[in-house]
Design a protein around this ligand. Structure first.
Ligand SMILES: Cc1ncc(C[n+]2csc(CCOP(=O)(O)OP(=O)(O)O)c2C)c(N)n1
Length: 722
């Protein structure tokens, strides 16, 4: 029944939209100077025909009173269809369909200052349906972001341009997050809205009070990650999160009736959201819906009924506009229908002037915010600035070294997950920006510390997030928190479930974010839970992601060192791969030097001229050391190299790498994981003592014997080569 109703709605809507800006006439009865920064519309005309009134400064090139909402929205449409046409690739449909919503949001609601794009209290705007990238580029250009020139728009999708196919974080200011994998932006936005509440709880309304707006399409809402993100946002009551759903009933394969019958409004409502719907081409309806959404005290969904490709007379409302250039003929027809006679990439001065004036409106709010910041008590202001700097407090390394020294003296036999908790106790005490969490495995991941009190819907002052069984959202939310600024998120689950958050881990790496993944139960060493829980291929597959540091420490000292490295690497996310089972402390001689920083080092040198080198990571370093004993007893001079982080080792000078790996003799490797990848260190498949199948359910000792990951097997592999 719902299915039928939805279909009828869209068909009817496409043929006869409730308000049709395409037939509107503009330019009559305009109102001149304004006093407020928001568009004011006359009340006696259909909303789409009404002129916008903006504060015009005296230099404004705008001829006051000649620019309408439609002119402004059509500027987005024209730039989008023309840029896609020139690039001969891209997605014109969503930008044309969402142009009205964008215009209302950016001119009436969004708090932003193009001249200070990093202003911490700006509203965040996330284009989760990132294929609509031209919409973002167009509005950034129109609003006056300096990075986004008309030449960038003309170079859409070309090598080296800021205007990549999908919005890439760091390419241009105003792009708050990389989007493209559908649903990720929505989940990032949950992290941003959460970070806002957490910063607000610490520093108050006067300096932290902003909204996070998200555009999301059918695709984002079909993705599984959307469920986790929506559910978490509803549970936490993230009141400053507003999602504008591009409810156009179209995706790539055609009408969404082909694939989905969800009642999205009921779905969000069921997760505790405030919900409403609006005609996505009626500026006043959109405006009213956003105004109402701001007041609800809950996250809000506004389902905006739109027509994809709005303005393309023969193709609008169809998937033909989704991801292909409209073609010259259709673009000409669209120009006529939209009443946009201007050549490609030319925005009439008057229209651009009104857009730029809208862009300047945030300057005042920004200036007022600076005054509020200055008025904060000095200590509060300093801690606000310190937390936003992203720097580690000065005492962090000193405290960590004291911890290392103590471990070396005590030589505990801790699982490295336990070692991680112990070092986290030290770090979270020192670093207030650290925010912990786990996907319902807190007691297993050992991620919670005394300093990290849980947050709740009633109190965002804490530092620990119970993410629930939502690994994917946890990772994307951590990305959002890191992007927001102010926090250093870390979160845990079992290593085998990195697969459940891999797309977001990949984006942490792509966006160069400091996010730390605490992945415990790292091998068959977890024992009886069996092969579903025993990671095999995961370490290799994580090592394959560029700009991701995969740390597998051998003992409590290396674990402490790896944690510090994870926090110090501000442009590289880290995965900490940690054992469930106890391992001995190997580093019993203290040094302040962070030996793990070079990625690998000789932990036991050969007794005599080196004949063999055993490479190992994590819990298998102790197996390598035991194998060395066997070999040395036979007079085979053997060195053991611990390799807590391949990626850092690969960055070392050639001479260091050669020295560590050993220039002479044979080389074998031992790691209770897939053998894939060791060839880069000159260790052929046959010389890797590792896993060649899935694991099995049994006690740990039986498993190591069963799969042949033993000192004897390592020693035999060395002997076979000599
Ligand atoms: C995770 C993911 N899967 C698939 C795609 C490929 N893709 C891009 S857009 C799209 C359809 C999205 O439909 P909708 O959100 O309705 O966008 P619209 O057609 O309204 O522009 C798909 C499948 C993607 N970008 N990300």
């Amino acid at each position: 029944m719902v299915r039928g109703r939805k279909k009828t709605l869209h068909r009817r809507y496409i043929n006869n939209p409730p308000t049709n800006p395409l037939t509107a006439t503009y330019g009559d009865g305009m109102l001149p100077t304004l006093t407020s920064g928001r568009c004011i519309t006359a009340t006696d005309a259909p909303s789409h025909r009404r002129p916008c009134r903006y504060p015009m400064n005296s230099e404004s090139p705008t001829k006051a009173g000649t620019v309408s909402h439609n002119d402004m929205a059509n500027a987005i449409r024209a730039l989008s269809m023309d840029a896609v046409q020139v690039a001969n690739s891209g997605h014109p449909g969503a930008p044309m369909g969402m142009a009205d919503i964008t215009t209302v949001l950016f001119t009436r609601h969004l708090k932003f200052d193009p001249t200070n794009p990093q202003w911490p209290d700006r509203d965040r705007f996330v284009l989760s349906n990132g294929h609509a990238s031209m919409l973002l580029y167009a509005v950034l250009y129109l609003a006056g972001y300096r990075d986004m020139t008309i030449d960038e728009i003309k170079n859409f999708r070309q090598l080296g341009s800021r205007t990549a196919g999908h919005p890439e974080y760091g390419h241009a200011s105003g792009i708050e997050t990389t989007t493209g994998p559908l649903g990720q932006g929505l989940a990032n936005a949950v992290g941003m809205a959460l970070a806002e509440r957490m910063m607000n709880a610490r520093f108050g309304d006067s300096v932290v009070d902003h909204y996070t707006y998200v555009f999301a399409g059918d695709g984002c809402l079909m993705e599984g990650i959307s469920h986790e993100a929506i559910s978490l946002a509803g549970h936490l009551g993230l009141s400053k999160l507003i999602v504008l759903f591009d409810d156009n009933g179209i995706s790539i394969d055609g009408d969404t009736d082909l694939t989905v019958t969800d009642d999205q409004i009921a779905r969000f409502a069921a997760s505790g959201w405030d919900v409403s719907s609006a005609d996505g081409h009626d500026p006043d309806a959109i405006d009213s819906a956003i105004t109402a959404a701001k007041k609800t005290g809950r996250p809000s969904l506004i389902a905006c009924r739109t027509v994809i490709g709005f303005g393309a007379p023969n193709k609008q409302g169809t998937s033909a506009t989704h991801g292909a250039p409209l073609g010259d003929d259709e673009i000409s027809a669209a120009r006529e229908k939209l009443g946009w006679p201007h050549p490609p990439f030319e925005i009439p001065e008057a229209i651009l002037g009104v857009w730029r004036t809208a862009g300047q409106a945030g300057g005042k709010a920004h200036a007022a915010w600076k005054e509020k910041l200055a008025a904060l008590e000095e200590a509060t202001r300093e801690s606000f600035e310190a937390i936003l700097s992203g720097d580690l407090p000065a005492n962090t390394v000193v405290a960590l070294n004291a911890h290392k020294s103590q471990i070396s003296a005590d030589a505990p036999k801790w699982a490295t997950r336990k070692s991680s908790q112990e070092v986290l106790e030290v770090l979270t005490e020192q670093v207030p920006a650290m925010i912990g969490g786990s996907a319902d495995l807190t007691g297993s991941n050992n991620t919670k510390t005394a300093a990290t009190v849980p947050i709740s819907v009633d109190d965002f002052g804490g530092r620990y997030i119970y993410y629930g069984v939502r690994e994917h959202a946890m990772a994307a939310v951590m990305n959002g928190m890191a992007l927001h600024g102010g926090f250093m998120p870390y979160g845990g689950t079992f290593l085998t479930f990195t697969d459940y958050c891999r797309p977001s881990i990949r984006l942490s790496a792509l966006m160069r974010l400091r996010v730390v993944y605490v992945m415990t139960h790292d091998s068959i060493g977890l024992g009886e839970d069996g092969p579903t829980h025993q990671p095999v291929e995961h370490i290799a597959s994580l090592r394959a992601i560029p700009n991701l540091n995969v740390f597998r420490p051998a003992d409590a000292v290396e674990t402490a060192e790896c944690w510090l490295l994870a926090l110090e690497n501000i442009t590289t996310p880290s995965v900490l791969v940690l054992t469930r089972q106890g391992v001995p402390t190997i580093r019993t001689e203290h040094t302040d030097e962070n030996l793990s920083a070079r990625g690998a080092y000789v932990i036991a040198d050969a007794d005599g001229a080196r004949q063999a080198t055993i490479l190992a990571t994590g819990s298998e370093v102790k197996i390598a050391l035991a194998a060395r004993e066997l070999l040395q007893a036979d007079g085979i001079a053997t060195a053991v190299v611990t390799m807590p982080c391949w990626e850092l080792f690969d960055q070392q000078p050639e001479a260091y790498r050669a020295e560590v790996l050993g220039k002479a003799g044979t080389r074998v490797a031992v790691e209770a994981a897939a053998c894939f990848g060791w060839a880069r260190y000159g260790v052929g498949e046959a010389k890797v003592i590792g896993m060649r199948s899935f694991g099995a359910s049994a006690p740990i000792a039986d498993l190591y014997d069963h799969f042949g990951i033993t000192p004897q097997a390592v020693a035999d592999a060395v002997r076979a080569e000599l």
